[in-house]
Design a binder for this molecule. Structure first.
Ligand code: TRP
Length: 340
């Protein structure tokens, strides 16, 4: 039925933090590039229902939604082309989540990494109740994610390694629904993990992640950016001593942004024993040159939430047009269709 349609690429961004360089390199940049492919219809959304699972601070969720939307727009996402929306604007998503919950084995959810990690933490802490503090939201998280994906029959879902299991669960749930209600209601999605994109290191050399508090936010002022770049951990080699680019966070971040000839030149400087202060200045200059224009657009967008609201509503409208049709079919399939 869909043989001539474009490949659908869909991904969600949980709205609990402020976008940082690691998000940009690992997810935002490749997603914006993918959305420019004429053979692709992309669906990108703010996974704000998912945010509620980990974060019950409304100010933070609200701020993060705005920041993430502004970031994607500032970096050039073309929203005439990509369908860009808030998960919570698609009222059909929780509906589908319920329908999928009713065909999803509880045992499948018992095996989800996030849930298992939470149980393990309780057990390690010697708690009587292995489910202590675990909400139904956390437990059912993969079903909500399956609804996000299956609603739009996504073919490819770009995600980090930690999310592969969730895509497999979405396939499982889709297959179960198709089988039970005897039809090809859902396309089976595939996870796409970009092997080329290394996880970016953070200030302390560990993976850049808001949970390690070691990030460089994308759109801090140039002053703050310089300060953060100076904080990146390096070893104690003196200027003049040759340095190893391979194990160096500074070099890694530089490589993620710089052109190939500039990366080669920096590699040569490492061999020549460039001082850390000098290497950091060069990284800062490169980052700042790269981020200056989008930072300006970002700041302007943050001052204009009405514009962001309008863009997201328009995205939701496009998404819901299709979601409504899909839900009609699914309701009928399950015996919840209209009487006439
Ligand atoms: N759970 C994903 C994450 O934390 C975000 C997400 C929600 C998502 N729904 C999705 C990703 C659907 C891909 C497809 O990264």
């Amino acid at each position: 039925m869909h043989s001539t349609r474009k490949t659908r690429v869909l991904t969600g961004i949980t709205t609990t933090g402020t976008p940082h360089l690691g998000n940009y390199v690992g997810a935002i940049k490749p997603a914006i590039a993918a959305s420019q492919d004429p053979d692709v219809q992309s669906f990108y959304f703010l996974a704000d229902y998912h945010a509620l699972i980990k974060c019950q601070d409304p100010k933070r969720v609200q701020q993060s939604r705005l920041e993430i939307a502004a970031t994607w727009l500032a970096l050039g996402l073309d929203t005439d082309n990509a369908i860009f929306y808030r998960q919570s604007d698609i009222i059909e998503i929780p509906e589908l989540t319920w329908m999928l919950s009713c065909v999803c084995a509880k045992g499948l959810m018992n095996r989800a990494h996030a849930y298992k990690a939470a149980v393990a933490e309780n057990e390690d802490a010697g708690s009587q109740d292995p489910d202590k503090g675990i909400t139904m939201g956390l437990f059912g998280y993969p079903v909500l994610m399956a609804a996000d994906i299956l609603m739009f029959n996504a073919n490819k879902v770009p995600v980090g390694r930690d999310q592969i299991q969730h895509i497999e669960m979405a396939r499982d749930i889709a297959g179960r629904f198709n089988h039970l209600y005897k039809g090809q209601y859902f396309t089976l999605p595939e996870a796409v993990v970009d092997e080329k994109v290394d996880v970016l290191g953070g200030l302390d050399g560990r993976k850049m992640s808001k949970s390690y508090n070691n990030t460089i936010p994308l759109f801090v002022s140039d002053k703050k950016l310089l300060k953060l770049v100076r904080k990146i951990k390096t070893n104690s080699l003196e200027p003049g001593e040759p340095k190893d680019p391979q194990t160096c966070t500074l070099f890694q971040i530089y490589s993620a942004f710089a052109s190939a000839p500039d990366v080669a030149a920096m590699r040569e400087q490492y061999a020549q024993g460039v001082g850390w202060g000098e290497a950091k200045n060069q990284l800062f200059e490169y980052l700042n040159a790269h981020l200056e224009a989008p930072r300006e657009r970002y700041n302007a967008l943050m001052e204009d939430p009405a514009h962001i609201e309008a863009v997201l509503r328009q995205g939701a409208e496009r998404a819901r047009e299709e979601a409504a049709i899909t839900m009609d079919k699914l309701r009928s399939a399950a015996g919840l269709g209209r009487f006439i």
